[in-house]
Design a protein around this ligand. Structure first.
Ligand code: BES
Ligand code: MN
Ligand code: ZN
Length: 490
């Protein structure tokens, strides 16, 4: 999808459809560019209640000939100024309503809506990101890709001031989120570790600032990644450790490191999962996909920082060669781990990757993973779980999440939780028991990052919406991209 901004009257734009916010008081004042006749016709329909103005209700209305556009998509905004979350929802509803239609060129006037505590640049970003997410449809493995209309090709975002910078950043973030969504939705027989490696190579081919390195099983053995390889040992799909680097400053400035869990399918291994809902474990690589997405945005914007994005891509299967509960493995850090549950595999592949990226002496390390069902119980789908011992880093991530509306909420990582990992048979185990399952997973990872500025984002609840089509959300590519943009100075 192509996006641009404009402040011209609609009569000067060649578009098929205008997306307009409607409230019980009438069409938004900003719909002025629609022209007087159409505006008063809309006002009459709102008065007659032919148009539903309740929040996020949408209606596609044909306009009589002679008007500057043939169709209006009326998006209900309710009677009050919107919260940021309500505004984002209305923007997504607009995208969703048009994805089955034949409106190729759209002008979107939602940025004229009133949103509490948010300036126009923020609204323009959300109009773009919300529309892009709403208009997305998974088609990669369908014989007939389009069930209905071809959807939208271009969107002009109408604003009172030029918003070039907001548009540029939001377009780059939208592309990153689209990549993360698409990789998340792909089936696990296609989206294998090697498939993810190929995606990374393609990103490296596209940008001169980017290089890629991919480690195979043998190279990981030579390094001593005993935890990662224990998870990989049950699968015929060879593991890959994928490392993308963006050189945005000429010098050898310390990079920002991102690490994303890339379990391409999580059966649980020998501690096998129940059959109900196991298909959702194709999404268990969404941390890795989110990291690739944020990395893509960063490369697209050519941010003046250095970035390392690493994803251990591994499939967790039961097999004669699989690891078992009670196995003790030696991690790359030298610490030993008793694998008490082979389904707590995410932390095992992440810990060796976290140790590995420290060779780049990164400024900060942020890892992200669909790590625990406990995080879904704690926070649901709206917030990712943020854990870090570093208060300043926590604040940076929380505010990046607010800014792009890919929000996180902090959970404590107090030392007291660490003892839940105690075992007589190794330095510690990979299992913390039922209480505070998201936090004890974070505690496990913390043991590999003691000398680094590090944060962990559990996206088990936010990376996909269960039981829906096109389930992957593209998160956490948004918050990670915004974090990098902020570090690059705005
Ligand atoms: N990928 C799962 C976490 C998960 C489960 C995410 C359900 C979203 C929905 C992870 O590998 C896992 O299996 N975690 C276990 C950990 C437990 C064995 C300590 C879990 O959450 O049950
Ligand atoms: Mn698991
Ligand atoms: Zn998993």
């Amino acid at each position: 999808m192509e996006y641009a901004t404009s402040s011209a009257p609609l009569s000067e734009l060649e578009v098929d459809c205008a997306v307009i916010g409607v409230t019980p008081a009438g069409p938004l004042p900003g719909s002025g560019p629609l022209g007087e006749a159409a505006t008063s016709e809309l006002a009459r329909m709102i008065e007659a209640r032919t148009i539903d103005t309740r929040h996020a209700k949408v209606q596609l209305l044909p306009l009589p000939k002679g008007q500057p556009v043939q169709h209006v998509l009326a998006v209900g905004l309710g009677g009050k100024p919107l919260s940021p979350a309500e505004f984002r929802k209305a923007c997504e509803a607009a995208g969703k309503a048009l994805r089955d239609r034949h409106c190729a060129r759209v002008v979107n006037l939602l940025a004229h809506a009133e949103v509490t505590d948010r300036a126009e640049a923020w609204k323009v970003r959300q109009v773009l990101l919300g529309f892009d997410a709403g208009a997305y449809r998974y088609v990669a493995t369908k014989k007939k890709p389009s069930e209905a209309g071809p959807g939208t090709e271009s969107v002009l975002i109408h604003s009172s001031e030029a918003q070039a910078e907001a548009l540029r950043e939001a377009s780059a973030i939208a592309r990153g989120m689209a990549l993360a969504r698409e990789l998340g939705n792909l089936p696990p027989n296609i989206c294998t570790p090697e498939h993810l490696a190929v995606q990374a190579r393609e990103i490296a081919d596209r940008y001169s600032s980017v290089s890629v390195e991919i480690l195979d099983r043998q190279e990981m053995e030579e390094l001593g990644m005993g935890a990662l390889l224990a998870v990989a040992s049950g699968s015929r799909n060879e593991p890959r450790l994928i490392i993308l680097r963006h050189q945005g400053t000429g010098s050898d400035d310390a990079p920002y490191a991102l690490v994303g869990k890339g379990i391409t399918f999580d059966t649980g291994g020998i501690s096998i999962k129940p059959r109900q809902g196991m298909e959702e474990m194709k999404y268990d690589m969404c941390g890795g996909a989110g990291v690739f997405g944020a990395f893509l945005s960063c490369a697209e914007l050519n941010l003046p920082i250095n970035v390392v994005a690493a994803s251990p891509a591994v499939e967790n299967m039961p097999d004669g060669a699989a690891c078992r509960p009670a196995d003790v493995v030696t991690t790359l850090s030298g610490q030993t781990v008793e694998i008490l549950n082979t389904d707590a595999e995410g932390r095992l592949i992440l810990c060796d990757t976290l140790t590995y990226v420290q060779r780049y002496q990164p400024r900060t390390i942020i890892d992200t993973a669909t790590l625990t069902g406990a995080c879904v119980v704690a926070l649901g789908q709206h917030a990712s779980g943020l854990m870090t011992p570093d208060d300043a880093l926590a604040d940076e991530l929380l505010s990046a999440g607010e800014a792009i509306h890919d929000r996180a909420w902090r959970l404590p990582l107090w030392d007291e939780y660490q003892e839940q990992l105690d075992t007589p048979y190794a330095d510690f185990s990979n299992l913390g028991g039922m209480p505070a399952g998201a936090i004890t997973a974070g505690c496990f990872l913390a043991r590999f990052c003691e000398d680094a500025r590090w944060a962990h984002l559990d996206v088990a609840g936010s990376a996909w919406i269960g039981g829906t089509r096109d389930g992957a959300t593209g998160r956490p590519a948004g918050i990670l991209a915004q974090y990098l943009i902020d570090r690059a100075g705005g």
